[in-house]
Design a protein around this ligand. Structure first.
Ligand code: ARG
Length: 402
């Protein structure tokens, strides 16, 4: 490796073993100043002790930034407005967090006059791509250090040995059996026993949801109100974007909502097995579709649906700040202007059951849809509609019989 000249680096720091070792390793390897930065995205941990911890490890300055509301309103909500799902099941909880972490990191680099940024993602995953595409789309000249791709450590025990040697404070916690990434939207688990895609996860792994078997046998009913595609209230009570997700995580967690177990395709080419808990996000996904069912024009709905998998790949692969993502977002948001209304849902043992939907400007017209006698719809007209639509099918049949 040819060593770059680095003066000052801003590191995306979590307080865990890897990024603690990285602080020291950066100083040893580059002789540079290291600024630690930790974003609060709702990972459910007390972050204030990290300042002292990072300083003790060798950081010259520490930034801890609460980004929960920005995360919810400018990242999660736009993604949910588009009903985004990757490969039919993954609600992108980690993928959507990376661009925001990187953006704030680059702002700090600018404030601090740092010439480099660094992260603790390994060389095998999506996260390195997401971080670095975001860095470079913000500043094409920024230097990037990804220690996992450069250093000689191979395992967790190598890192622990290094931490001991340099007296880096790391908690003597038992080796976590999974790689966990948690934020406001989800918890993800990879690695350990999950590496065998036939092995079922063990129940104690799950941090935010009850198992459907152990969920209450009494369902909970709730109403979620939407305005222009965004959820704004639960049971008539207004919430900020982040607190709304927190509240739905709580309710969904009780009822065992939003667990998925899948094998996904990473951008770099390998398949990987992941287990996710996304209680609030899963509820919002279902509620949003219920409101859309009344308010979206059929062709707009179908066209939008045809773009979901592309939109999901754009986010999954790390192109949040790309022109194509912005273009699609404009289209998605235009379609959402009329998505105002309320969905009623029942949560019951891992299931979300839609029991009603209403909208002030609903496109659903009971007087037209009714099975009873109506005065507005002329049934006779359907005959011509069918006959003309059948024309090419009839020609096909005639051609076949020649
Ligand atoms: N496989 C998921 C994704 O690529 C989750 C990644 C979780 N990251 C982690 N460092 N544990 O979005």
């Amino acid at each position: 490796m040819i060593k770059q000249q680095i003066k000052k680096v801003v590191l995306a720091y979590s307080g865990g073993l890897d990024t603690s070792v990285i602080i020291r390793w950066l100083k040893e390897t580059y002789g540079c100043e290291v600024i630690a930065y930790c974003a609060d995205l709702g990972q459910g941990e007390e972050l204030s002790p990290l300042t002292e911890k990072a300083e003790k490890t060798g950081a010259s300055k520490v930034y801890i930034t609460d980004l929960k509301e920005t995360f919810a309103s400018d990242y999660i909500f736009p993604m949910l407005r588009a009903n985004t799902v990757y490969e039919g099941t993954y609600l992108l909880g980690t993928a959507i967090a990376r661009p925001l972490i990187a953006k704030r990191q680059m702002e700090i680099a600018k404030i601090e006059g740092a010439d480099a940024v660094s992260h603790g993602a390994t060389g095998k995953g999506n996260d390195q791509v997401r971080f670095e595409l975001a860095y470079l789309s913000i500043d094409p000249n920024i230097k990037i250090i990804a220690p996992w791709r450069d250093w000689t450590f191979k395992s967790r025990s190598d890192l622990i040995a290094y931490a001991k040697e340099y007296k880096i404070p790391v908690e003597a916690t038992a080796d976590k059996p999974y790689s966990i990434d948690r934020n406001l939207l989800h918890v993800s688990y990879e690695g350990g026993i999950l590496e065998n895609p036939w092995t079922a996860p063990l129940e104690p792994m799950f941090a935010t949801t009850a198992s459907p078997e152990n969920a209450p046998s009494e369902p909970s009913t709730l109403e979620i109100e939407y305005e222009a595609g965004n959820p704004i209230a639960i049971d008539g009570k207004a919430y900020s974007p982040a607190t709304l997700i927190e509240e739905l995580n709580r309710m969904g967690g009780i009822h065992g909502i939003g667990r998925v177990d899948l094998v996904e395709n990473r951008y770099i080419g390998m398949k990987s097995r992941g287990v996710y808990e996304t209680p609030g996000g899963t509820i919002l996904h279902t509620a949003h579709r219920a409101v859309e069912s009344l308010t979206l024009d059929r062709e707009v709905l179908h066209l939008r649906d045809s773009l979901i998998s592309q939109y999901a790949s754009i986010i999954y692969n790390g192109y949040w700040f790309s022109p194509e993502r912005k273009l699609l977002q404009t289209l998605m948001d235009e379609a959402q202007k009329g998505v105002t209304g309320t969905a009623r849902l029942k949560l019951y043992k891992g299931n979300i059951i839609v029991t009603g939907r209403k909208a002030p400007h609903s496109l659903y017209r009971p007087e037209i849809a009714t099975f009873e006698k109506d005065t507005v719809y002329v049934q006779k007209e359907a005959e011509g509609f069918i006959r003309l639509n059948a024309l090419r099918l009839k020609l096909q049949a005639l051609g076949n019989s020649n």
